[in-house]
Design a protein around this ligand. Structure first.
Ligand code: FE2
Ligand code: FE2
Length: 212
């Protein structure tokens, strides 16, 4: 069941996006598999980015739980691919995540960590938006159920990453930075080329999209 909680995103993807993305389901799932793999490894890597000598136990268990969830998602996606006679592609190009991370304050200790957590939160939130559109647009009931289940899981992760950011820096500092990240993400997602990716852009010639 999908929770109808609002996402804070500052660009709304038109529903037409999903038709283009679903026109090659194998390619879409191949991209998705890599995203889940990356999400799992990113959660594990964040464990060691705690700024103190030893991270709090809750920090470790929370991130380990996210990594476990993402590994389960990866397994689910690869099973779907396998049923279609396909497998995870050897290579993956992710211009959306690359574009997002251009504003990470590298080498700036806790500020860098806050940025990495907020970037992760935004990837989760945007994925939620896209899974909902895909679940409504697909004519494959199995796929629709899968995307609906992911919405709930990734929405939980989105909230957890924001909560973790608030343990690293004071809440007002994080809130101000979050607003900058939301503006940045809205620009990055709109600059993506169309294609069969979870974070692909719109085919603007076929479906002109509004600005934000
Ligand atoms: Fe996931
Ligand atoms: Fe996630």
């Amino acid at each position: 069941m999908i929770v109808t909680e609002e996402l804070p995103l500052r660009y709304t993807t038109p529903a037409e996006w999903a038709k283009g993305a679903l026109s090659d389901v194998v390619a879409l799932l191949g991209d998705h598999a890599h995203l889940e793999k990356k999400a799992a490894s990113n959660a594990l890597e964040l464990i060691n980015r705690w700024q103190g000598i030893h991270p709090p136990k809750r920090w470790v268990t929370t991130l380990a739980n996210i990594a476990r969830d993402e590994a389960v998602h990866l397994s689910q996606v690869t099973r779907l691919l396998s049923r279609m006679g396909a497998t995870i592609p050897k290579t993956h190009f992710n211009p959306y995540a690359q574009g997002l991370r251009t504003i990470v304050r590298k080498g700036q200790g806790p500020d860098e960590l806050v940025d990495r957590l907020l970037a992760a939160a935004l990837i989760e939130a945007r994925s939620c938006e896209r899974f909902l559109l895909l679940s409504k647009a697909t004519d494959n009931p199995q796929l629709a159920t899968f995307y609906q289940g992911l919405w709930t899981s990734e929405h939980g992760h989105f909230r957890v990453f924001v909560t973790l950011a608030n343990t690293v820096r004071p809440a007002d500092t994080v809130t101000n930075r979050w607003s900058e990240w939301l503006d940045h993400e809205a620009k990055v997602i709109q600059s993506q080329p169309p294609g069969h990716k979870i974070h692909s852009g719109m085919d603007r010639q076929a479906n002109p999209s509004p600005g934000f």
